[in-house]
Every structure is written in C-alpha cells, then in structure tokens.
Design a protein around this ligand. Structure first.
Ligand code: DP6
Length: 365
C-alpha cells in the first residue's frame, strides 16, 4: 500500500447530516517510537500493548454547509468548549484533507471525553486522534455507495483509520485494532508498514494474555517537553542511527520472546527500551531529564521486589515521569498488594490507574 491507495474515488452519495461515536484506547509502547521523518514517518518500528480502560470516546456530528472553502468545527471536552484544542485539529485536518475530501463540505461538532482524568499526564493524543479518525472514517463509509462488510473492506477501513490516525499523532496509529500492534516496517513482520499499524501477526504465548499495566501517576502536570519537540531532538542526535538499529534488533528479539513466553528476557528488552528513550532525551541538545526523584524510587523498589520475590514485574516509561508497571495476570493480587504497600506513596496524591491489555477501538453508535 502507498499513500495514493488511501485517496478515495469521488463520492457518489450525498449526506446532509448525521453523527458517529467511537471509543478508542490508549496504548503503551514496548519498543518505542522516538524520532520521525517528514509526514509522520517513523525512524524505527515500534510495538505496543493496547490498553483496555484508558480510552477516549468521541462523537462527531456533521452537517452540510453552504461553501466548501474552509474547515469549520467546534470541539468540546467533557461538555466544555475547548478552543485551545482547535489548532491541533486544524493541522490534522490539513494533513488528511486529500485522503478525506469531504472535510470542507461539513461543519463538525466534536464532543470528546476521556475515561482517565485529562490532567493525569497520560497521553491522550493516541486515543483522541484515533477516535476522531474513526468517526471521520465512518462518515466516509456512509458517503460511499458500495458498502461491504467483507473482511477485505473491514481491513481497509482499519488500515485507513490507522493511516489517518498516524497523521494526527504517530502513536495513535497503534490504537485501532489488536492487542499487540506494530507500526513501522520490520523485515520479520510481514505486512508491517511505516504508514499504518498492523496487528502483530506471529504467535503470542499464554504468559502475555491479559497482561496488566498499572500506571503510577508520579507527575500529573503538563508535559515538560512536547512529543513533537522530543522527536525533533533525534535529528542530528549523536546516537540516533545506532538507536534506530537497536529498535529493529529489539523487535527481532521480541518476536521470539512472544513465542516462547520468556518473561525474563521480555523484562530486559522492555526496561532497556524505556531507559534508552530517556537516555536519548538526556543526551540530546538541548537535554532534558524527564524522570522525577519518585520515578527512580519506584524503579528501585520494583528491582528490589523482583530480586526478593522472583516476580516478573517490570516497568516502562513514556516521555514523562509516570511509570507503567507491567506484570502477568497470575501475579495480579500480589503485585497490587506491593503497589499499594510500597509504590502508591510515590504517586502524586496517591493516584494510579489499573489497566490491562485490550483489543482496540469500538463503534458505539
Ligand atoms: C514516547 O505519538 O505522541 O510515547 O507523532 O509527535 O504525536 P507525535 O508523537 P507521539 O509520540 C509518542 C512517543 C512515546 C513512545 C511511543 O508511544 O512509541
């Protein structure tokens, strides 16, 4: 597939108005996307667990307008008008206009809400952009005369939804469909693409079923460095090329880990990826430390608990101070006890979110 394959044939149906609601999850990367080229093309492949509880639900109401000369939309978060969200959505619309040529023909009312607190420091761009892209895809589907619910048509719908999501936010391309999603071309993953995410196609061991993710909210403030600024720091970064190669190598290692269920090696790759992401930020110019003292306290406590109990608990990080604690379902009770007894004290206001692997976005209405 190339970009051109996502440009639709002229629509032969007309629609006056309507609405669609989609709910789409956040995801947590095991191999990190950090560094991109023009047009939201990733520098390396990434893979993530789709989350189940952390979701954005978006309704897009559309109504035909008189002229087709500009975009027209309003955005509401939890019922409150959010004009400060508009520039990001306007940029998104500009990027996707050639793939969804109806965008200037309608006024859109976009109503969105998150299952997690907006100020939690949890990235909502993946769930938010994918939910919006899916609503727009449903409109396109309605504008298309020949509709089919064949597997092929469904696959194309998901592929294009992921393609559009990527143009909103790279990691959003991994939030459409599947529990484990790969985005970015990797030679051992047939069908993988820089343009959209695909369901991880190889065997996955029982050990990873219902994998748990408890998100410890160490710092609920605004992101210190936006992801766009962060990705840009990989241009001319002294270690960039080696890092991009490493992501390919780690993906190859994960393929056999997913197959055999080797959790000890899984832990090594996942924690190393998190620390590498942060190392890239520490060694860029300008440089940033995104961890907080409590991030390190938590990491050390996890390492201590692992030595003491032989648990398969591990951590990963986004581009911020919060910690995702990952562990197999069979350890749910014991690890939650450890989290409550020892880790919650390091969270801002004692806040954490318990989540687990989910299966992707859902059409609500
Ligand atoms: C650290 O997807 O937020 O979470 O494409 O600029 O919107 P943009 O970036 P974004 O970057 C996410 C980076 C990450 C790692 C990951 O999710 O793979």
């Amino acid at each position: 597939m190339t970009e051109k394959d996502f440009i639709p044939q002229p629509y032969s149906k007309t629609l006056e108005n309507g609405s669609f609601t989609w709910s789409s999850p956040s995801n947590i990367a095991l191999i990190k996307y950090w560094g991109k080229k023009k047009h939201q093309i990733p520098e390396n492949p990434s893979v993530s667990f789709t989350l189940d509880y952390c979701k954005t639900t978006t309704t897009v109401h559309f109504s035909k307008k008189e002229s087709n000369d500009e975009f027209s939309f309003d955005v509401f978060l939890e019922g409150v008008k959010k004009d400060d969200f508009k520039p990001k959505i306007a940029t998104f619309f500009k990027r996707i206009e050639s793939y969804l040529p109806f965008l200037k023909a309608y006024h859109f009312k976009i109503e969105t809400s998150n299952s997690f607190p907006h100020s939690s420091g949890i990235a909502s761009s993946a769930s938010g952009m994918s939910a919006l892209a899916l609503c727009l895809m449903s409109i396109e589907q309605d504008l298309t005369v020949i509709q089919s619910d064949s597997e092929e048509a469904q696959d194309f719908f998901n592929q294009k939804a992921s393609f559009l999501s990527r143009l909103g936010s790279g990691s959003a391309s991994r939030s459409i469909e599947g529990d484990l999603v790969v985005w970015g071309t990797h030679q051992e993953i047939a069908g993988s693409s820089d343009l959209y995410g695909v369901k991880y196609p190889h065997d996955v061991h029982e050990n990873f079923k219902n994998y748990q993710d408890t998100i410890l909210l160490v710092d609920k403030g605004e992101k210190q460095v936006s992801s766009t600024v962060g990705h840009n720091l990989m241009h001319n970064h002294p270690y960039a090329e080696r890092r991009f190669d490493q992501a390919h190598e780690n993906m190859s290692k994960l393929i056999s880990i997913f197959k055999t269920g080797d959790l000890d090696t899984f832990i090594k790759i996942v924690e190393s990826e998190a620390l590498t992401l942060h190392s890239m930020m520490m060694t860029s110019m300008p440089y940033f430390i995104l961890m907080k003292p409590n991030t390190l306290e938590i990491i050390n406590a996890i390492w201590g608990y692992r030595v003491k109990t032989n648990s398969k608990i591990c951590f990963t990080l986004d581009a911020g101070a919060n910690v995702h604690v990952l562990y197999p379902e069979i350890e749910k009770e014991s690890v939650m006890e450890f989290i409550k007894d020892e880790l919650v004290a390091y969270c801002q206001n004692g806040h954490y979110i318990s989540d687990q692997i989910g299966f992707g976005a859902q059409l609500i209405s």
